[in-house]
Design a protein around this ligand. Structure first.
Ligand code: HEC
Length: 189
């Protein structure tokens, strides 16, 4: 065999061996932490995750039609902090104005205070009762990004301008960044 070829082959084999060893022995660069949830709570979280995809898709559809008010309404009711409550109000026929007035009344309340205020003594089972604070904080950042999106989208011109679209995508990316960060950081047991 030609020596250059032989040297090249040896190098290639060494490289493959080296990277295979790294691949099988090195821990992942950022090890995700485990969130340990009881099965019914886990099922609830995964259902909420599926809803996230539907909500994003519905927002994209509304934006594609140029209907920023609809996109803002979807985000306000289904994605902001306390969304389960807003969804319930919507299903009972409450208007977006009534829902937003109620939202103003919870600004600054903690999760515990919210649960007490809205569910009284029969405390509902919630992810926040089991997941670490850092996990919940990532969820809160996602909800805050949804609020920012809705606030700007409600203010958009009719028809929406290029700047309105740019701002909308910037805000949506803030949301999807949180999906990504949280998925990179946490795994379920
Ligand atoms: C606060 C953390 C957090 C945020 C924010 C978050 N997720 Fe998740 N998501 C999780 C965890 C934890 C899982 C479960 C991963 C596992 O199986 O280990 C998950 C799983 C999922 C799944 C799989 C559901 C299933 O049935 O298996 C989908 C889809 C998903 N997320 C979509 C989203 C989208 C879209 C967003 C953003 C709009 C988002 N998630 C934001 C934590 C988060």
């Amino acid at each position: 065999m030609n020596t250059i070829l032989a040297k090249g082959l040896t190098l290639a084999i060494t490289a493959i061996g080296f990277y295979t060893a790294i691949y099988f022995t090195a821990p992942p660069a950022t090890a995700a932490e485990i969130v340990d949830l009881p099965p019914p709570v886990k099922a609830m979280l995964l259902q909420e995750m599926q809803d996230h995809i539907d909500n994003l898709d519905d927002i994209m559809a509304a934006l594609a039609e140029g209907d920023f008010t609809e996109a803002a309404t979807i985000a306000t009711i289904r994605m902001t902090k306390g969304h389960k409550l807003w969804e319930k109000m919507e299903s009972k026929g409450k208007t977006i104005e009534e829902i937003m007035a109620k939202q103003k009344s919870i600004v600054g309340l903690s999760r515990k205070e919210m649960r007490q205020k809205f569910h009284g003594k029969k405390d509902k089972i919630a992810v926040s009762q089991f997941a670490p604070q850092e996990f919940m904080d990532m969820g809160t950042e996602y909800h805050n990004a949804a609020t920012a999106f809705a606030t700007d989208a409600f203010k958009a011109k009719k028809p929406p301008t290029v700047e309105n679209y740019q701002k909308a995508f910037e805000n949506i990316q803030q949301m999807t960044a949180m999906c990504r960060v949280c998925h990179d950081s946490w795994d379920l047991k």
